[in-house]
Design a protein around this ligand. Structure first.
Ligand code: DX5
Ligand code: ZN
Length: 218
């Protein structure tokens, strides 16, 4: 069933102590950095210079999730900032294939993200252009929301189509992922798991990361 990756989201970390917050998750596979512009979602977080500083401070790769308008124009700066992977929303781009190719030229892996109400079928024809498909399992904008069970069939349909095309595209789930929901996501075909509040509200982040990893690969 392949490898399962845990990407803690720092959205609910303590921003005043971001360095030590990053140290807590050094056993994870990547740091998930949620970039929000207060337009695509009603919340505001980091820009490219913050991503650059996180890249310098982190011992693990950066997975940037861009919840911003006009990805065609704004996304390349995040690859230039050193993010290992850049994921933009399909709803915020006019030329997803061109953007994916531009980002790859800047040495980033590329993900395409879908809000819960966006159908997965239209992207499947061009899914080979991407390294990862992010299926949002909450409405993007905030941490700590509850997992949308209705996204499980969407994950399943995407995984089926990807394997039928003999492609090796990762499926990432983001939103409400916890010990209670991670097994169902893995069973449906997800292999990259973002968890924010589950990890940052746990007493021991490293323990939570290994518990989640074990449940995902069970
Ligand atoms: C929400 C963000 C998520 C968020 C997940 O828009 O994309 O990455 O941090 O937080 P939890 O795991 O608490 O749902
Ligand atoms: Zn995210």
């Amino acid at each position: 069933t392949g490898t399962h990756y845990i990407h803690p989201s720092i959205l609910n970390a303590d921003f005043m102590s971001i360095g030590t917050e990053l140290d807590k998750i050094s056993t994870a596979d990547s740091v998930h950095v949620d970039v929000m512009d207060n337009h695509f979602v009603p919340n505001l977080t980091f820009g490219p210079s913050m991503v650059e500083q996180i890249v310098e401070r982190s011992s693990i790769p950066i997975d940037a999730h861009l919840m911003i308008e006009d990805a065609d124009r704004e996304a390349p700066a995040f690859a230039e900032a050193g993010a290992s992977s850049v994921t933009f929303h399909l709803e915020a781009t006019r030329a997803p294939v061109k953007l994916a190719r531009d980002l790859r030229k800047k040495n980033a892996q590329v993900g395409v993200a879908l809000r819960p109400a966006t159908a997965v079928e239209p992207i499947l024809d061009i899914i080979g252009e991407f390294d990862m498909l992010l299926i949002m399992t909450v409405e993007p904008g905030f941490g700590g929301q509850s997992f949308l069970e209705t996204m499980l069939p969407k994950i399943r349909r995407a995984r089926k189509a990807i394997s039928e095309s003999n492609l090796e595209v990762s499926i990432q789930v983001d939103g409400g992922v916890s010990r209670e929901t991670i097994e169902r996501c893995a069973e449906a075909g997800a292999n990259v798991f973002v968890a924010g509040s589950a990890i940052y509200r746990a007493r021991n982040a490293a323990e939570e990361i290994s518990a989640l990893r074990e449940l995902a690969s069970a």
